[in-house]
Design a binder for this molecule. Sequence first.
Ligand SMILES: Cc1ncc(COP(=O)(O)O)c(C=O)c1O
Length: 463
Amino acid sequence: MTHAIWETLLQNFSDNAKRYLEDMPKRAIATLSPTLPSADLPQGVQNLDSTFALLQNQVIPQMSASAGPRYWGFVTGGTNPIAAYADWWVTLLDQNVAKGGDSAASDIERQAIEMLVELFHLPADFKGLCTTGATASNLLAVIVARQFVGNQQNIDIAKEGLAALDIEVFSACPHASMIKTLGLGGIGQNQISYVKTLPESEQMDCDDLAVRLAGSNAKSKIVISSAATVTGTSFDDFTSIAKLCAQHNAWLHIDAAFGIFKRLIAPNDPCHQGIELADSITLDGHKWLNVPYDCGVFLTRHQTILQQSCHVDAPYLKNNSPEPDFMSLGIENSRRFRALPVWLTLKHYGRHGIAEWILRNVQQAKQLAQFIDGHPDYELVHPCQLNVVLFRPVLAATSDDLSQACLDMINKDGRLFLSPGKWQGKSIIRAALSNWQTQYEDMIIAEQVLNDAASKLRKAYSV
Ligand SMILES: Cc1ncc(COP(=O)(O)O)c(C=O)c1O
């Protein structure tokens, strides 16, 4: 009985997945106005064909093609085929990577982390775990950093809470998820002392940081730094910041969600030197590593403090492993085997295979930036430095509304998907290229879409 249903499901999956992949280039990149059947809860078990039909007719056609080559909103990776294959197994295997002692799953996660540390040329004392994404990694950064500063003040935050803690947080251009996690971590979103940025950049002004750290009366300090801000892709000067942190006994966290991948294609570029000096690092798997959602990575060289913050103790959870259990290093007790797609991606593509798609995306972003720079109807608002292109339409008058109208036209077209942003106070359009399968033909299509949107905009505004 069980066997028969698996056979039917596998056959159906194989047939429909093939069709889905074949249709991917033709389908609209986004479903802007989805409609679903009512949320009535069935009372009994449904016939399998009607369940198949529900999924195939109502759900799948209304998804976005975010796994495809022309979804350039936010910072979106699309699963690479090896990672997708591994992820099918993850679901089928249904391992709980909470603690070791019953399978190799925890060892695979440890190896995946070890290989990532090697991939990014980080010192081997960085340990860590897979998370659900960069936001969860940033939350772990807040949790371990507050434990560290608690230790400085003889307060075990995990046990006693935050009430007595005296702390100041410094950052120039933190990602929105970092601000959120300061709230989740009990430190408070409003506790950030904003450091100045350098002119026309989102890079932290180290002189201003030095003045602020020296002037702070807080007993303990945390500095949050960025390796590629989400809009300007600015990298802070990590070597100078790490020196200041050492002088002030401050914890240094670097949010390197996608910027760390620059290390694969430009190992000697000064912009990412010093990342290895961080106390903790956030990176994302479901962005430029192109493994399926949801997968981030948190790394720290202070695993003992991480364990102090996240340790879970109960007689039924005891285990003899010499390594700390993952449930005592992260947020969840029960954990998906999300390390497997990371592990198999690293084992299959290796350093050079991954670097290939990173380099291709960077070149494609430069090509798009050049096209926009030479276009009479668009303005490139910032030179493209990595994989993100920032631009806006220019007609007789340029306004924030015009950017939004242009973005709506681009996304309604269905061949491309971009997202909005702000650069130096102006509303802009943002294209972020981070998909392994984007090709030259996609760049041509994108240029056509941008030309068409410009013509439509001219007509709409009678220019
Ligand atoms: C620099 C940076 N940090 C954190 C995040 C949050 O990532 P996630 O959506 O994986 O939680 C992002 C997402 O774009 C990012 O660009």
